[in-house]
Design a protein around this ligand. Structure first.
Ligand SMILES: [Zn+2]
Length: 425
């Protein structure tokens, strides 16, 4: 257990916070500090073809140790941490044999990690937790994933009696600012399918995510002295307000869960002359997703019609841009890649928790780039903040899942190389 703890701590104590305002890749130079270390470590454990490109994308190979043909699979994680909370000077605390009570993260500032609020903690009674000291995030998202992948590769190298096909490993920068998949060279990676090790609770297995679009809606107004405005003034802020009222009030993030989609108004600025409204549209179902976009157009037309005579031109313009799509569409035709992961979990005594993601993952972008890529738990909880923690036992189980997937893929039940290739086209 100490080995995996030491490895994890050696990663999280290196600051790799990404920065959405930067235009370079990686978005912050400090991400190189961990990237270079990972390259050395991959070489040291005996991985082959270890490469890092100019944008800090790392790839490595564990060659097949069987004679028959086995599909090449991959495991992927990201080494940046979110800019939402500081990742500078992380001081991990180890809580052995967790007793199910409050954990004092920081006595001085009275920061407590309590099962009264974070009920998931009680799942891990008796286990070893790694927490923060209450002043930073932990970075288990996704350095737990990196720890697990490297530890699993090391295990397979040291135990050659376990048979597996060719395995590719990929570590990316800038996932937290939505760019992890942008410069990922799927062709160079050369796997038939892969898994991101970037989920949360032990057992999580995800292959459905939202279809996503963003809309920017601009309202034009006419400013006239308010004392003489009757029949003349058009107040763009009030029109924007009408627009929002036309959206279904029970389809917002705060009123939906599971497979329920939503409209989320997240930005509104205005004056009489011009108001800008920004919202995002989310739905797992492609048809409903398209319907939602149509509703935006419909409301736009309705308002324009109402003011056509008075304004003499369109008063509202809506610009809608698709952001990402549900990976289910790309994964369902090769559903065996989910089945293998599920079987792997069951064989080592983990109950799979298969549920839709209410967001996107790098895997959804990769799936549309031709690399079907479900998401597997990395074990951490409370990502992106000071209450982040990870049970060491969950990381160990994730290592076992990776090893078992490698093993199952080589057995042959799932060797559907041709079929997979056909479906990708
Ligand atoms: Zn992550």
């Amino acid at each position: 257990m100490q080995h995996i703890i030491d490895r994890f701590i050696s990663y999280v104590t290196i600051d790799t916070e990404s920065d959405a305002s930067s235009e370079t890749t990686p978005s912050t130079a400090k991400q190189w500090d961990l990237a270079n270390k990972l390259v050395e470590e991959l070489k040291a454990i005996g991985m082959q073809d270890v490469t890092i490109d100019k944008k800090a994308y790392i790839m490595a190979t564990l060659p097949s140790n069987v004679l028959h043909e086995v599909p090449t699979i991959g495991f992927i994680s990201h080494f940046d941490t979110t800019p939402d909370f500081t990742g500078f000077n992380v001081k991990p605390q180890i809580v052995p044999n967790y007793d199910g009570k409050d954990i004092v993260l920081n006595a001085e500032q009275n920061i407590i990690l309590s099962p009264n609020y974070f009920k998931d903690l009680l799942l891990y009674k008796g286990q070893t937790l790694i927490t923060t000291d209450g002043t930073t995030l932990l970075g288990a998202d996704d350095k737990a994933g990196i720890t697990e992948i490297i530890t699993a590769m090391e295990f397979l190298i040291k135990n050659p009696e376990i048979k597996h096909g060719k395995i590719r490993v990929g570590f990316t920068p800038d996932e937290e600012i939505g760019r992890g998949a942008h410069h990922f060279d799927v062709e160079k990676f050369g796997a038939e399918w892969a898994y991101t090790m970037d989920g949360s609770q032990i057992g999580e297995l995800e292959y459905e995510n939202f279809n996503a679009a963003g809309a920017k809606i601009i309202f034009k107004g006419k400013s006239v002295h308010p004392g003489y405005a009757k029949g003349k003034m058009i107040n763009s802020m009030l029109i924007a307000n009408d627009f929002i009222s036309e959206l279904p009030s029970d389809e917002t993030p705060e009123t939906t869960k599971g497979y329920e989609g939503f409209f989320h108004v997240h930005h509104l600025t205005g004056s009489i002359e011009e108001t800008v409204l920004e919202l995002i549209i989310r739905d797992h179902n492609k048809k409903k997703f398209e319907k939602r976009k149509e509703l935006i157009e419909k409301i736009t037309r309705k308002i324009n019609k109402k003011f056509a005579k008075q304004f003499g031109a369109d008063i509202v313009t809506a610009e809608i841009k698709d952001q990402y799509y549900n990976m289910k569409e790309k994964v369902t035709p090769v559903k065996h890649i989910v089945d293998i992961a599920e079987k792997a979990m069951r064989e080592i005594g983990i109950k799979p928790l298969i549920k839709p993601i209410r967001g996107g993952t790098d895997g959804s972008q990769l799936s549309y780039k031709g690399l079907p890529c479900p998401n597997i738990f990395a074990g951490g909880h409370n990502f992106h903040g000071k209450y982040e923690y990870v049970p060491v036992e969950s990381m160990q189980k994730a290592v076992e899942v990776i090893v078992k997937i490698a093993e199952l893929t080589a057995i042959g039940d799932y060797v559907k190389t041709e079929e997979t290739a056909k479906n990708k086209k």
